[in-house]
Design a protein around this ligand. Structure first.
Ligand SMILES: CC(C)(COP(=O)(O)OP(=O)(O)OC[C@H]1O[C@@H](n2cnc3c(N)ncnc32)[C@H](O)[C@@H]1OP(=O)(O)O)[C@@H](O)C(=O)NCCC(=O)NCCS
Length: 153
């Protein structure tokens, strides 16, 4: 049995009281993390927000917006201690199931062209690049473009 199957993650809707723990991971995982308000607003807006726990430990989370037949991935993160063990793929597959159950036909996302783990994960899952948004992200010096990707669900 491989490491992933022996430690199966549990997914649950993100709760407001989990935002502190989510934020602690967010700040370790990104040079430009989401703020507390970004998570609070996402929950208040009713976005599809999920936690991924392994034996109770918060290992990751994701936020997605469902609009008509489209899903927009806003955040997917695996805690640094749990990365490269297959959980990012499982979090994404959970989102695909949720999106399909809401009749979504496609999932869109933006990713930094310098984010090799993100690009690797999305490419493995079948996302294709459909465009670029100029200066979309804050960056060390100025702004960084976003690569726009889509997957047919
Ligand atoms: C991107 C992220 C969610 C991937 O999660 P993960 O649990 O490490 O990914 P997995 O172990 O499921 O890996 C799945 C695939 O992603 C790719 N990948 C993951 N980490 C990678 C890395 N460091 N470099 C290159 N490719 C990587 C690989 O293609 C991998 O498949 P493989 O293991 O068969 O080679 C995680 O690195 C993360 O949270 N990063 C910080 C936050 C972030 O950048 N989120 C995405 C924003 S767009």
């Amino acid at each position: 049995m491989n490491a992933v199957l022996s430690r199966r993650p549990a997914f649950a809707p993100m709760q407001p009281e989990e935002v502190d723990a989510v934020l602690a991971i967010e700040q370790r995982a990104y040079p430009f993390p989401w703020s507390r308000a970004n998570f609070a607003d996402s929950l208040a807006s009713g976005y599809s927000a999920w936690t991924c726990r392994i034996a109770g430990d918060l290992a990751g989370y994701a936020v997605m917006m469902l609009v008509l037949d489209e899903a927009h991935l806003l955040n997917v993160t695996v805690a640094p201690d749990w990365q490269r063990q297959g959980y990012g793929r499982l979090v994404m597959q959970h989102l695909f199931e949720v999106a399909r159950s809401h009749e979504a036909k496609r999932m869109f996302l933006e990713v930094r062209p310098t984010n090799a783990p993100g690009l690797g994960l999305y490419g493995k899952l079948g996302f294709v690049t459909i465009g670029r948004r100029r200066g979309y992200y804050p960056a060390g010096a100025g702004r960084e473009d976003a690569v726009v990707m889509v997957l047919t669900l």
